[in-house]
Design a protein around this ligand. Structure first.
Ligand code: KG4
Ligand code: ZN
Length: 386
């Protein structure tokens, strides 16, 4: 069956179509995976501005959707007039999204129903105004073409990126442990079995990606800071600065990155502009290594305590090449009987394929959402803390 995924929780407008089969371990193949990024727009503000994100999603969703349909070669013939009741309901759905309504009426209403079996959309966590745009778009499509709808947790989406590919059963065995590291979250999630999640720990302050972004700013690097720090760090020494790794000694599975950020701030404050320029690579490398050390140590400890068979990673920071390599080596060395699995880097940063993947797994279990009642939940949590 074909699953449409829609993601608008932050600064990427993303739409994908996956082919899915299987009710236990899924077989998921990407047919189309389109993204329109807003990075350039938010860069001048040094971070994502929620209302600008909402506006851009409203502008970009229809073109990105049409591009996606072209990729799956769906028919785009004109159809007969739609019922008045549907067109009124669609107007109501988009009552706060003028531009999206205009584009929808012009470009989508005349289309014949495409070959899609279910629509999966991110309903949280994320920026509330941004989430609503994707949700309303998904609701209107579901209503227009009578396609079932399912709301997806964004962090579960990051984990689910690991199930994309024909051989998910080979790659992931339970119990599994997921380390999700994004711009808004840093979590260790235990998965006793497919679709079952237990939150072991999370960040007490800044998320890992947020720390990368804030430290990049201190170093004069543009937003988003993660890829910038990773690039600059390649020429730096990881032990040039002895930054703190405070939670290494704590017994729980929580993280804290604000102390590390403050330590970088105090170090940078003492430097002249010239000195900072010379030391940027060393600062970046030492900071990045401190984050990696904390993530690896907590992940290994949880993996050992819960005897997990597979460790998976997801979220934008999981695109970090050093983290990927060092965690892989640490698993191989310390828990050689466990598997290590990460999605390709472009499936770690926000995308809609991962949302379609998570949506498919829930849909295959018989779950559905209602277009009338699906709402945004900016603070959605994947599971209760254990
Ligand atoms: O998952 P994501 O795309 O969006 C959220 O759900 O937040 O994560 C974005 C975060 C940003 O903070 C960005 O700086 C970080 O991921 N990031 C990276 C890298 N690529 C993106 N952090 C470290 N190294 C990278 N290569
Ligand atoms: Zn994300």
């Amino acid at each position: 069956m074909k699953i449409l995924g829609i993601e608008t929780s932050c600064d990427e407008t993303a739409i994908a179509v996956l082919e899915g089969s299987g009710t236990g371990y899924p077989h998921l193949r990407i047919l189309a995976d389109e993204i329109s990024t807003q990075i350039e727009i938010h860069r001048e503000y040094g971070g994502v501005v929620p209302n600008l994100a909402k506006r851009e999603h409203g502008r970009n969703l229809v073109p990105v959707f049409l591009r996606t349909l072209k990729k799956i070669e769906s028919k785009t013939k004109k159809t007969k007039q739609i019922q008045n009741s549907k067109s009124e309901a669609i107007k109501k759905i988009f009552e706060r999204e003028d531009e999206l309504l205009k584009q929808f009426e012009k470009e989508i209403l005349p289309l014949e129903k495409p070959d899609l079996d279910v629509i999966a959309v991110t309903c949280g966590p994320g920026l509330e105004p941004a989430l609503w745009v994707g949700i309303n778009f998904a609701r209107a499509l579901s209503l227009l073409w009578d396609i079932p709808l399912i709301g997806v947790d964004h962090m579960e989406g990051h984990i689910s990126a690991n199930f994309i590919g024909e051989d998910s059963e080979q790659k992931i065995q339970f119990p599994a442990l997921a380390l999700t590291v994004s711009g808004g979250h840093t979590q260790l999630v235990l998965m006793p079995k497919l679709l079952e999640y237990k939150l072991l720990g999370e960040t007490l302050d800044d998320a890992a990606g947020e720390a990368f972004d804030k430290v990049a700013r201190l170093l004069g690097l543009p937003y988003p800071g993660g890829p910038e720090i990773a690039r600059v760090a390649q020429d730096g020494k990881t032990d040039a600065f002895d930054f703190p790794r405070p939670v290494l000694t704590s017994k729980d599975y929580n993280f804290s990155f604000s102390g590390l950020k403050t330590a970088v701030l105090y170090t940078v404050r003492e430097m002249s502009e010239n000195e900072l320029k010379k030391k940027t690579a060393d600062l970046a490398a030492s900071f990045q290594q401190a984050v990696i050390d904390v993530l690896i140590s907590k992940t290994l400890r949880a993996a050992k305590e819960f005897g997990v068979k597979t460790i998976v990673m997801g979220g934008g920071v999981a695109a970090n090449a050093e983290l990927r390599q060092q965690l892989r080596q640490a698993v191989e060395k310390n828990i050689p009987d466990s598997k290590f699995q990460i999605p390709d880097s472009n499936l770690c940063t926000d995308n809609a394929a991962m949302i379609a993947a998570a949506g498919y797994m829930h849909f295959a279990q018989g779950e559905r959402s209602d277009w009338k009642t699906l709402t945004a939940d900016a603070n959605k949590i994947i599971a209760e803390r254990v």
